[in-house]
Write a protein that binds this ligand. Structure first.
Ligand code: 4F9
Length: 224
């Protein structure tokens, strides 16, 4: 999977590139992350990429041309890349959308700043507009990293074992509870069944716990 990221803050992506599971996937060449400094595509000598909104009001708007030129450059090498714009107005990210996106060979992430991008970009240059939740953050970068992480961990050989295939949400249920040593702490006991060695009983208990937890914390998932 190849990720191309259009951003004014490429250094932010060291947060996922330098450490952890994404760093390992990069090292193993299972994924590739290329950042593109949008300012490099500015036509003016001050490297501006934003301007005041027509109709007035506060804030600035990211202009069409630098973004469109950057996408054009990315498409020279990845003609079939899907372009994702991260915004609170987008389709809400969930595991189903993650699985859909994981099927593509190449994804381009457009990270907005200020009040967002000129609407003509959304109308003409974007394949997916995606939100990671109903709140505003300071720009699309953190949202893009969430999407990259969620997709990357689903790819073959990124996680060391089969864990990724049975994560919370892959079957619309929350995960069952986990315990590790010691088996007793300040009077709190690990559920006996987990120490029984009876795997069939343990599996049944875990399914039961998943259902119970989902019913308690996220009944909306069961309604689906
Ligand atoms: C992007 C919020 C995706 C939620 C981008 C300000 C954003 C966002 N999901 N907020 N810029």
């Amino acid at each position: 999977m190849k990720f191309d990221v259009i951003t004014l803050f490429p250094e932010m992506f060291s947060a996922i590139k330098d450490e952890g599971i994404i760093a390992r996937a990069l090292k193993k060449s299972i994924i590739e992350i290329n950042t593109w400094q949008l300012r490099d595509f500015s036509a003016n000598k001050y490297k501006n990429v934003d301007d005041k909104p027509y109709g007035g009001g506060s804030g600035m708007v990211m202009q069409v041309e630098p973004i469109r030129n950057c996408i054009k450059e990315i498409k020279k090498k990845n003609s079939d890349t899907k372009v994702i714009y991260l915004s609170p107005q987008g389709q809400k990210l969930d595991q189903k959308l993650v699985e859909e996106l994981a099927n593509f060979e190449s994804l381009t992430m457009l990270c907005g700043r200020y009040e967002g991008v000129d609407e003509r970009i959304i109308e003409n240059d974007i394949d997916y507009e995606i939100s990671i939740g109903d709140y505003v953050i300071s720009g699309g970068e953190l949202a893009a990293m969430v999407v990259i992480d969620a997709i990357s961990r689903r790819l073959p050989n990124v996680l060391g074992n089969a864990a990724s295939l049975k994560d919370s949400f892959t079957d619309d249920l929350l995960d069952y509870p986990y315990y590790t040593r010691p088996d007793e702490l300040d009077g709190q006991q690990v559920p006996e069944v987990l120490l029984s060695g009876n795997q069939a009983k343990i599996d049944a208990w875990r399914i039961e716990q998943s259902l119970k937890k989902t019913r308690q914390k996220r009944p909306d998932l069961l309604a689906k």
